[in-house]
Design a protein around this ligand. Structure first.
Ligand code: HEC
Length: 100
């Protein structure tokens, strides 16, 4: 048997229990967790960075696509959006629009 850390085993167990949709949800939650450093916990910003929670889904999606293509001026967002596919951007928009 190959050596495996208990944590890796637990993660694998969770992933194998999760169906395709759950695995997809987890994937988006992991990405979304990186956004809240700047956009605030739950997408509710306390500072100058815009809040994402509860915004219109199409608004969020368009904003991110325009940031990625460079149509929209950004300081940091273009670099982030460059790393994401159209599907991930659509799902991130959905995720944050659902938060209140
Ligand atoms: C390093 C901080 C930082 C991180 C991390 C970050 N953002 Fe941003 N975000 C900003 C800033 C600052 C702006 C304003 C535009 C700019 O200057 O880039 C912005 C703007 C936006 C906007 C436009 C909102 C509006 O009302 O105009 C959206 C949508 C957005 N971010 C989504 C996300 C998502 C989704 C993630 C995670 C994948 C993310 N951001 C990660 C700092 C960040």
């Amino acid at each position: 048997m190959t050596k495996q850390s208990p944590l890796a085993a637990a993660v694998l167990a969770c992933l194998s229990m999760a169906g395709p949709t759950q695995a997809e949800d987890l994937h988006i939650k992991v990405i979304a967790a990186t956004c809240v450093n700047c956009h605030g916990q739950g997408g509710q910003s306390l500072g100058a960075v815009p809040s994402l929670a509860g915004q219109d889904v199409a608004y969020l999606q368009t904003a991110m696509l325009e940031q990625r293509s460079g149509v929209r001026e950004t300081t940091v967002m273009r670099r982030y959006m460059n790393g994401y596919t159209d599907t991930e951007i659509a799902k991130l928009a959905e995720h944050f629009s659902r938060l209140k």
